[in-house]
Ligand binder design. Structure first.
Ligand SMILES: NC(=O)c1ccc[n+]([C@@H]2O[C@H](COP(=O)([O-])OP(=O)(O)OC[C@H]3O[C@@H](n4cnc5c(N)ncnc54)[C@H](OP(=O)(O)O)[C@@H]3O)[C@@H](O)[C@H]2O)c1
Length: 243
């Protein structure tokens, strides 16, 4: 018998896929949810072939507020979930920040949709299970380049901290991951000022933080130090940096 299901919300995400592979390798079954049905099924077939795990692939329509319920209804037999990974995210160029439709999508996908998903799935997560929220170092100090995205991620980080406080000692463990730059679809072709980390190594780092029961973790670890310095920089110096 398997170890139960880990739900990967955002199955086509580069980091989400790497985490799905990690948990499948560890003996978990996988519930994959994404908006591109064909691609999600392809990811699922690949996991099932490689790791001989059970995979359920379901459509995720994050635009609808009750989508966690719809998601579970189309995936009967997967609860209680052993883990939930929130891997959706979208980052657009600073120049597009005046576009109302884009702003609505961005703030919803990066924050509101995550809250709707996690709150909806909570009753179906095993008390000894885990929840991973992929947040970002962008949420730690607002920067001209991506402050709308960063603000949504800061909200996600606070949400995760609150959830952890709520469940401390008697419910699923929540790990908020402050990701640094990762080589992924999201950062493809982007000049992030430094090379992106390898998604497989990032997935292993996230899984280690979850296994240790960390409530918050920088992945890769070096971002903890980078952000410590960046947070402390006086405004007069910070404002001169083009980062
Ligand atoms: N890569 C980085 O450097 C980095 C840094 C910090 C934090 N993060 C965070 O880490 C997580 C994973 O990112 P990643 O690097 O793996 O990025 P990615 O490969 O671009 O994956 C993003 C995921 O979000 C989904 N998505 C985007 N917009 C959506 C929308 N409007 N409706 C539904 N789904 C939508 C995508 O679905 P489709 O494939 O269907 O588009 C994809 O599954 C995200 O939360 C991201 O914000 C990434």
């Amino acid at each position: 018998m398997g170890k139960g299901y880990v739900a990967i919300l955002g199955a086509t995400s580069t980091v989400g896929r790497a985490l799905a592979a990690h948990y499948a390798r560890e003996g978990f079954d996988i519930l994959l949810a994404g908006r591109q049905e064909d691609e999600v099924h392809r990811v699922g077939q690949d996991l099932a072939t490689r790791y001989r795990c059970s995979v359920r692939a379901v459509h995720l329509d994050s635009d609808s507020f009750d989508y966690p319920q719809a998601l579970l209804a189309s995936a009967s037999g997967v609860a209680p979930l052993r883990g939930v990974v929130w891997a959706l995210g979208t980052m657009h160029a600073a120049a597009a920040e005046a576009d109302a439709a884009l702003l609505r999508t961005s703030t919803w996908v990066n924050f509101g949709a995550a809250v709707a998903a996690v709150e909806g799935l909570l009753p179906h997560v095993a008390p000894s299970g885990f929840i991973v929220l992929l947040s970002s170092v962008a949420g730690e100090r607002g920067r001209a380049r991506n402050y709308i995205y960063g603000a949504s991620k800061a909200a996600l980080t606070t949400y995760g901290a609150g959830l952890n406080h709520r469940f401390a000692g008697h419910g699923p463990r929540v790990t908020v991951v402050q990701l640094g730059v990762v080589d992924s679809q999201m950062t493809w072709g982007m000049d992030a000022g430094m090379p992106g980390a390898d998604p497989e190594e990032v997935a292993a780092g996230i899984a280690r933080a979850v296994a240790k029961g960390r409530s918050r973790a920088h992945v890769p670890k070096r971002w903890g130090l980078i952000m410590f310095v960046l947070r402390l920089l006086p405004e007069a110096i910070f404002n001169r940096l083009r980062i």
